[in-house]
Each structure stands twice: as structure tokens, then as C-alpha cells.
Design a protein around this ligand. Sequence first.
Ligand code: FO1
Length: 319
Amino acid sequence: MRVAALAGGVGAGKFLRGLVRVVPPEDLTVIVNTGDDVRIHGLHVSPDLDSVTYWLAGVADRERGWGRAGETFRTTEELRRFGAPDSWFSLGDMDLAVHLFRSELLEQGSSLSAVTAEVARRFEVNVRIIPMTNDPVETRMEVVDEGGQAMDLHFQEYWVKRGARDEVKAIRYVGAESAHPAGGALEAINEADAVLICPSNPVASIGPILAIPGIRDALAEWRNRAAGVSPIVGGAPVRGMADKLLPAVGVEVSAAGAASCYRGLIRGWVIDELDRSLAGVVEQQGFDVVVVPTLMVDDDAAEVVARAVLRVALDGGHR
Ligand code: FO1
């Protein structure tokens, strides 16, 4: 069975570990958000591509979510002592190796797709991980600070540098409208038996992927075999900033609100047991619903979620 999955960072990484217990890794293509990509100390950092790779490789830090387990931050600490302007962003010492490797290959003319495949190979990950595009796309946040000052920030400046303290007015995926899907992305969707949306932020993670011309249409065309997992449980994101970003696009912070971001794109939606009372509301929006425990505390829990979303993508909902 061939499966294509749209993915952001940590939530996707946890989920995909469950999915590869159900689907052979070589049958799985993961299309990953690159709107969060950022230049730090002159290096190309791709947080979501790296999170997906690290989780699938089994080297991710489960508590922190991003970066590698057993990581040290000596270089970042030293850069902070230097007063390096980008040292608000913590790059682990082992993680840094990936950014150096990626940046050098990109500079030599390799595509992000090629570098991503090379990194996955070195981590012995057999899943096909592809960036949503090889073109530059940047998620920008129009915000207002505590003093009423308007600012236009890179997503990582909003999230990491300023700790998501600003009020979000609008989100833009700059460059998306003229970007092309990376080679293999549309084919993976068109040829899949099931297309899945990982439990990732609909605005910061999946929104940029759907903004790449062609991807939304491909999903819509195959919506009868597509389904997603709610990243919102009990009215709050499992982790991350969806509670700040969904209201900015006029969407309620709930499993039903998150589903509404994908109306016309998927048939099925997996929600947590805590949100069972919302199942009817989600069904009224036209989705088949499956209710399971979605908190992926370990790979066994992630496998339950993976089986549930595959079931609803292929056969419809069972409550
Ligand atoms: N998140 C933080 O909150 N602080 C950091 O310093 C930080 C560094 C970082 C470095 C590499 C990487 O792959 C991810 C990193 N993240 C960090 C996570 C990242 O900012 C976001 O959580 C994702 O972009 C959202 O998907």
C-alpha cells in the first residue's frame, strides 16, 4: 500500500514512527513543510525536514521534541559569548553537522530534495522524505508587540526569538505562489492508496504545503482516500503554537476547528477521546470521524493513531 503524508515537525515525527510500523517505509513518501526554514550563522536550517528525519531515524529528543537526543550545545553557548546575532536560535553540536553538510551541498548546486535524500540515507531512513518545494518559501508573521508596534517577522523570530509573545494579525507564505512542488510530491499524492495529514499545525506547518500551487488541487482530487489527525486535543495544541495561529485565520482552537482547515481536501478526521463530544460537529462538516487516544506518548500509541487514520482514509469512519 502506497501512502503519502503531509508533515510539519514534532507531531508529524511522532506519528510517522507509528505509521512505519503499519506501512513498509519504502512505500511511504513524506512531503514536509519548509516555510520554517531559516538562515542561521549563514547556514541553511530546515527544522521540519530535520525533525521528521530524526524521529524516523530514532535519534530525536522525545522530551524537547526538536533536535537530537543526547545533544550538547557547546557551539551555541560559545556563539552567545561572542554575541553572535543569530545565537537566539539554539543549534546543537551534532545537529550543526547536518546544517553544515546541507549548506555546503546547496552551495555546490544540489537541490534541497537531493540533500534531504542524502541526509536520510546517512541516517538509514528508508522513507522517502521530500521538501514541499525546492524554491524559497518563507512563513512571515505580521504581529503587533506589547507596545502596539507592528512588525513583520520570520516564523522563527516570532516563535523562538520572541517566544510567541506578540499578537498575530496575519500569516503569509512568501514565495509560495510562484513555487513549484518538489519533484515526486504530486506523483506521490496522485499514486497513493491513502493520503494523510499528520497531526501538525494547520497554519504554520500544513498551510505552507497547501499553498504550493498544485498540491491543494491534487489533494482535493483524491479526497476520498485522504484523512488527517487533529493536532488539537481538548481545545489546546498538543504542543506548539496553534492556539495563537488558528484564531489569526478565524478558526476556533478545537479538533473541529482544525478539521475545518481541510474541508474539501480530506474525507476523514481522527480526534482524541477527550473530544468525543465534538464528533457530531465534525461529521456535520462532512468528515468521517474516528475517535482514538491520540496522545503519542510512545510508538505503540502512535501506531494506534496511524491505524485509525489509515482506516478512515480507506474505509470511512467508525466511532
Ligand atoms: N525551537 C525552540 O523553541 N528554540 C530553539 O532554539 C530551536 C532551535 C532549533 C534548531 C534546529 C531545529 O531543527 C529546530 C529548532 N527548534 C527550536 C524548533 C523549531 O523552531 C520549531 O519548533 C519548528 O520550526 C516548528 O515546526
